[in-house]
Design a protein around this ligand. Structure first.
Ligand code: SF4
Ligand code: SF4
Length: 371
């Protein structure tokens, strides 16, 4: 198994490839840093199951630091990151730590919120960022700016758009026809867009007919996403019954979603690339390893970027961001975490994770049991 195996499932699109400046990373992941940037808190919907409810304090208005920096400042911050020290040593750069030293990497920036399209000046931000980097967007596809985005941003610069159809909110606002019109417009323009269907307990009985209906309307790509969180005093996905699981699986799950449905999200002590090539970032530009592990990696908008130079073991039991964890931690196996030797060949080795069982692969098999 390798990193690229799940690329099209959880994050979409083909991986780029180049020679790695970072020892221990698989070739397919080498040319991009990845970040999930929670760029705002405001949302135009009030979904009853929203997991941000209770975490974000500025949902009705906006986070006071949202829009603090200009689009040009933000784009320059991504353009001019510090190069990892090991890369600088290997490349013979004379000015380690200085800005504008080429890392050979661009960024894949996943924008999430809140509702990202409500970010003030979102189109200008997207234009500035897509000059050099690729964007991915998680959206409810219902803010006015989505139409301008479809007209003004080149589809080739957009890695993917996850358009979640929040039925109850869209229906109660009378937006259903417009929602599909917007979706199909993106699709026709060549954007890599998919309709995300959340397996909320209230929707389980209609999944199959809904998906059929979407296809009949011309929706080319649907993605069944496992609902995670509390509902009616139970916690999902653990609370799904056997019959509900059967219904969900019949709708068609990617491998990632099957892992999440099975509860296989325990990666403690497995080597994980989060903090090395993938990060989480808050409204202010503060980078952390991931949303569950708040190890600081600098503030990008203040000119600081301190990535790890190689994957490190995950320090927590349950991964808070399983799409990251499944992708970057479970690959702590022989094939992916092979070492590149001096002559350029790959030397396969098992890395020992301490404390724990005697090898990463044994750790993985112990922790991958459904819970
Ligand atoms: S659209 Fe997303 S962020 Fe907004 S309320 Fe619904 S689940 Fe929450
Ligand atoms: S496994 Fe999950 S929680 Fe652990 S470091 Fe990786 S992304 Fe973070």
């Amino acid at each position: 198994m390798n990193f690229s195996a799940r690329e099209s499932d959880s994050l979409g699109g083909p991986p780029a490839s180049s020679n790695s400046p970072v020892p221990g990373l698989p070739v397919s992941e080498e040319s991009e840093y990845q970040v999930q940037w929670r760029l705002n808190e405001r949302c135009n919907f009030r979904c009853a199951y929203c997991f941000r409810e209770g975490r974000d304090q500025h949902r009705a208005d906006e986070h006071p630091d949202c829009g603090k920096y200009s689009p040009e400042h933000i784009a320059r911050s991504f353009d001019s990151v510090f190069a990892p020290k090991t890369f600088l040593r290997q490349s013979g750069a004379k000015t380690p730590g200085r800005k504008n030293v080429a890392t050979g990497k661009t960024w894949r920036i996943r924008l999430t919120g809140g509702e990202p399209f409500l970010y003030p000046g979102f189109i200008a931000l997207a234009q500035a960022l897509t000059r050099r980097h690729r964007l991915a967007v998680n959206t409810n596809l219902s803010a006015p700016a989505v139409r301008d985005f479809a007209e003004q941003i080149a589809p080739a610069r957009i890695h993917s758009i996850n358009a979640t159809l929040h039925f109850h909110e869209v229906e109660k606002r009378g937006l259903m026809a417009r929602w599909f019109e917007t979706f199909l417009n993106f699709q026709e323009k060549g954007f890599n867009i998919r309709l995300v269907y959340l397996t909320h307990p209230l929707l389980l009985g209609r999944i199959a007919s809904d998906l059929e209906h979407f296809r009949a309307q011309g929706v080319a790509r649907t993605y069944v996403k496992i609902f995670r969180g509390p509902w009616n005093g139970s916690h999902y996905p653990g609370a799904f019954t056997a019959e509900e699981r059967r219904l969900i699986q019949k709708a068609g799950l990617t491998e990632d979603e099957q892992w999440i449905l099975d509860g296989r999200v325990y990666f403690l002590s497995l080597y994980c690339g989060a903090g090395c090539i993938a990060f989480d970032m808050d409204v202010r530009g503060t980078l952390t390893r991931c949303s569950g592990v708040k190890t600081p990696h600098g503030n990008l908008f203040e000119g600081q970027f301190n990535p790890d130079t190689q994957p490190r073991p995950c320090p927590i039991l349950a991964c808070a961001c399983p799409y990251q964890g499944i992708r970057f931690a479970e690959k702590a196996d022989l094939e992916v975490y092979a070492d590149r030797s001096a002559d350029g060949s790959l030397a396969v080795s098992v890395r020992r994770c301490e404390p724990g069982p005697s090898s990463a692969s044994e750790t993985a098999s112990m922790l991958r049991r459904p819970v």
